[in-house]
Design a protein around this ligand. Structure first.
Ligand code: HEC
Length: 119
């Protein structure tokens, strides 16, 4: 099992009415808040903010798997350096994947969380 057990417990603590995809997002959301929001919340060091939907729509056009691969392996683009696994080498591939899927679902919905949601 490549997902941290603490995150699984957190996901299972979510209301029973959530479907599987939403429970997955609870895991992704926890990782996002712990590791990715540092840059992607306020847009530090050139990181695309979650509330900048246009930037994410352009990136999503390259394919979700490409974005997940860049988040796992690291990526240097026009705006700056995306560190491998957001700089947290203890994250598994599945955990990084869950975080990217969470970020895309929020960003492409057009109203990403502000930093208040990351506290
Ligand atoms: C130290 C700051 C920083 C942290 C922490 C960080 N990122 Fe990034 N991320 C960036 C920057 C900067 C870019 C934009 C690179 C560019 O396009 O020039 C980026 C881009 C991305 C992209 C788009 C890649 C692409 O191909 O366009 C994804 C997906 C992403 N980050 C996911 C994550 C995830 C998931 C985490 C947490 C596990 C995370 N990031 C943590 C700085 C960060």
């Amino acid at each position: 099992m490549a997902i941290n057990p603490a995150l699984i417990s957190l996901a299972h603590a979510a209301p029973r009415s959530l479907d599987a995809a939403e429970r997955e997002n609870v895991v992704g959301a926890a990782i996002y808040r712990a590791t990715c929001a540092l840059c992607h919340g306020p847009g530090i060091a050139g990181a695309p903010r979650l509330d900048h939907g246009d930037s994410w729509r352009q990136r999503a056009a390259t394919g979700t798997e490409t974005l997940i691969g860049h988040a796992i392996s690291g990526y240097r683009g026009d705006r700056g350096l995306m560190p491998a696994r957001g700089g947290n080498p203890s994250l598994s591939d599945d955990e990084v994947r869950a975080a990217v899927e969470y970020m895309l679902s929020r960003a492409l919905a057009g109203s990403g969380p502000t930093d208040s949601a990351a506290n």
